[in-house]
Design a binder for this molecule. Structure first.
Ligand SMILES: [Mg+2]
Length: 251
């Protein structure tokens, strides 16, 4: 057989392979783009609390959440929220009586547990309390940088800062150690769940603790948290600042 007769079928085959590869890559890209559009809308509905209670990140959105959390999106969203919080804080007239307060949540607000969630599916796995408690005990969570910057500015402005967390009293030492490790200092009080708070929905527990502060004469101007349950309820702050968290929902 002549060489040119062999070459033609090989060229046709090569062309076929190249075309099918390009088509399949385009289909994959199209479906990824379609998933990203959906996942972006899902994240919007989660952050606005339109979804209400939800269990896990939808399986089609795990890599989207991973990209968001580890890329520029999460950092930028947190910075923008913090910048609005600071702009509001600057409008508050500090009375100088030590009663002008700001409340911060801890997990995914002051501290970032992202190193833990990187190893645990970015919210796609059921919450494992034992394993998370071990991570808490390490006291190595880094600060969410936008919150650390805001925290320092608020201290400068003269706010008294309260940390109100769903963590339990037995985690006080580890939590305090971690907050110092992450760069926080001079907080007014770190409030954790006591045994009498066990089983209370976060909204109720946090509202009751805020009410205690109000009854002590504190004026809660601002409240920063990654969960709506940090911000809703009674004895709410004048302004609430919802930080992003597409990994889990705490009612
Ligand atoms: Mg939190």
């Amino acid at each position: 057989m002549a060489k040119s007769q062999l070459l033609l079928p090989s060229l046709v085959l090569l062309l076929f392979i190249l075309i099918s590869k390009t088509i399949s890559q385009s289909i994959i890209q199209l479906s990824r783009d379609r998933d990203d559009v959906y996942c972006n809308s899902w994240r919007f509905s989660v952050e606005t609390n339109d979804v209400g209670y939800w269990d896990y990140v939808p399986s089609g959105c795990v890599s989207y959440v991973q990209d968001y959390m580890t890329g520029d999106g999460y950092r930028s969203d947190s910075e923008v929220v913090a910048s609005y919080a600071l702009a509001f804080a600057k409008t508050v007239e500090i009375a100088g009586d030590g009663k002008d307060a700001w409340v911060f949540d801890v997990d995914e607000t002051l501290l970032s547990n992202l190193p833990y969630y990187v190893l645990h599916g970015f919210g796609s796995e059921p919450f494992d309390e034992l394993s998370f408690d071990k991570w808490v005990d390490l006291a190595e969570a880094p600060a969410l940088q936008a919150s650390l910057d805001l925290y320092k500015e608020l201290k400068q402005l003269g706010f008294n800062v309260f940390m109100l967390t769903g963590r339990s009293e037995y985690q006080r030492n580890a939590t305090g150690k971690n907050l110092l490790f992450a760069g926080y200092s001079d907080w007014e009080r770190l409030i954790l769940r006591e045994s009498s708070d066990k089983g209370k929905p976060a909204t109720l527990y946090k509202s009751q603790k805020r009410l205690e502060l109000v009854n002590e004469g504190y004026r809660i101007h601002g409240n920063s948290g990654d969960q709506w349950s940090d911000l809703f309820g009674f004895a709410v702050s004048r302004r609430s600042f919802k930080l992003p968290n597409p990994m889990y929902y705490i009612p």
